[in-house]
Design a protein around this ligand. Structure first.
Ligand code: C5P
Length: 481
């Protein structure tokens, strides 16, 4: 390594003795480094780490101090202790973007240890990852020396988070099936740290039932997915499968690293979920196809962050999540009454598919069964149901944050913006009821959305409903931070 400002580094480390102790060398070796203004290659990792620990920002490629560290990125909780991410680079065309992820993580004062699969080495070199992280990049060409110095178990355990960028179809398949045939997959099986994966692959590979099954399995086991996004692919095709932008990956990782388990402790969240059903008589009713999956997942995500959650839900097959107060209702009016009784709340998320109409009193026969008469069809008249979201948004005990959902059949963005204003809520999560392939979002396990907050909007790509719930909970957490 040439042209280091060795004197600056020594001063920043706290003097010559500190460098001697760090590298296990004598005074003459340090004089030598000063005379040549050069540190040996093996010094780069420990020196970078020691400088970072003392609060400096370092460019490991040039072993240069570039400024003072921020205690933690703005908007995140300064924790004082620095965090470490084990970055596993999978073998895909997007592998080069992992380098940017590594660099940006270090900008946020996060230590990064790199691991590369054999095929990742076809796209980028371990040397470039090592230069950026200031540490050896471990590969699946795992030598016995490495095993002695830093066993894979230790590598897996020392990280605060394991991040896979890009997560290829192959790597996801191996991990989902418990195969540990290289360093990366072995670490993923051995780690007890949270795992995040940013998938990237050809859209057809992504859509394949095998990949989707593996993806669902990994999520069920607690892996948090970042993306993939929609757009043009390196292979020339278009669709879902693009790696999420490095800055967005880093944002998601920072949110996960500094997520406080009890970040919403002391907050009361009211969540509506499922359909409402409106009786025609004691056996017949008007209903809709809402499964309650999304609303229940939101209730679970908020409860996991320490909120006290009241889940008011229409009839669904879903079990209410543990740690929530569940109030089962049938009609829109019951749902509204239960919501008002649950106030005050800090947060209201109205994810229920409330029936817009009920049968006009006098038309329905709540206590009995409408008699079928030959040649006579009952003429049911409908009346409008109360709008729970709009009522909560304008309530004298209005929750500080009110979030609505909107299932739209057309003109998603325009209709959603109009609905946000009409309902008086703060945020709106809008989704298309029917997907491009004609399938319905109701009862499905995944969802994509347009997220509106004021006049800003974001596209949230197709993801499991649990992931969408986490994303919304991240926003709620940030709002109250
Ligand atoms: O008007 P629309 O049904 O499209 O609005 C959807 C949003 O409004 C959802 O958040 C839903 O839970 C809420 N809503 C409600 N009460 C109604 C109708 C809808 O809370 N009667």
């Amino acid at each position: 390594m040439k042209n280091h400002d060795v004197q600056t580094i020594i001063t920043a480390l706290g003097g010559r003795a500190a460098l001697q102790a760090l590298l296990g060398v004598g005074a003459s070796a340090v004089s030598n480094y000063l005379a040549r203004n050069e540190l040996p290659q093996r010094a780069v990792g420990p020196v970078c780490e020691a400088l970072r620990a003392r609060g400096y920002r370092v460019d490991p490629a040039r072993l240069e101090i570039t400024g003072q560290q921020f205690p933690a990125a703005e908007g995140y909780h300064a924790s004082g202790d620095s965090k470490r991410v084990l970055l596993i680079v999978g073998g895909g065309i997007a592998a080069y973007k992992a380098l940017e992820v590594a660099r940006r993580l270090q900008d946020q004062n996060i230590g990064v240890t790199g691991v590369m699969t054999r095929s990742a080495c076809e796209f980028i070199t371990p040397l470039s990852l090592a230069a950026l992280t200031g540490e050896k990049a471990y590969t699946d060409l795992f030598s016995l020396t490495d095993e002695a110095e830093m066993g894979h178990i230790r590598l897996a355990r020392e990280a605060d988070l394991v991040l896979v960028v890009p997560a290829t179809a192959n790597l996801m398949a191996r991990v989902a099936n418990g195969i540990a045939d290289d360093l990366a997959s072995t670490i993923l099986l051995a780690t007890t740290a949270p795992v995040m994966m940013a998938p990237a692959m050809n859209p057809v590979m992504w859509g394949h039932v095998a990949t989707q099954t593996n993806h669902a399995t990994l999520i069920r086991r607690g892996v948090e997915m970042i993306g993939p996004d929609d757009g043009n692919m390196a292979c020339g095709e278009e669709g879902t499968g693009r790696l999420t932008q490095p800055e967005d990956i880093v944002t998601a990782v920072m949110a996960r690293l500094f997520r406080q388990e009890g970040a919403l402790a002391g907050r009361h969240a009211l969540v509506t979920s499922g359909p409402t059903i409106e009786p025609i008589d004691s056996v017949r009713y008007i209903a809709n196809r809402s499964s309650g999956k999304q609303g229940h997942a939101i209730a679970a995500a908020l409860a996991a962050r320490g909120a006290k959650v009241t889940l008011v839900s229409g009839p669904v097959d879903q079990q209410p999540p543990a740690d929530v107060t569940h109030i089962a209702v049938e009609t829109a009016r019951d749902m509204l009454a239960a919501c008002e009784a649950a106030l005050p709340a800090d947060i209201a998320v109205c994810a229920a598919a409330v029936a817009d109409w009920r049968v006009k009193p006098g038309n329905s026969q709540p206590a009995g069964k409408l008699k079928k008469q030959e040649g006579a069809v009952p003429q049911l008249q409908l009346v409008e149901n109360p709008d729970i979201l709009a009522t909560l948004s304008r309530h004298s005990h209005r929750p500080r944050l009110v979030v609505g959902f909107a299932a739209e059949a057309e003109n998603l963005q325009a209709n959603a913006a109009a609905k946000l204003a009409r309902k008086g809520c703060d945020w709106l999560v809008a989704n298309a009821v029917t997907r491009a392939d004609g399938s319905s979002v109701f009862n499905s396990d995944s969802n994509s959305a347009l997220f509106l907050a004021g006049n800003k909007h974001e596209h949230w790509p197709e993801m499991p409903k649990s992931a969408l719930a986490e994303r919304l909970a991240d926003r709620v957490e940030a709002h109250f931070a």
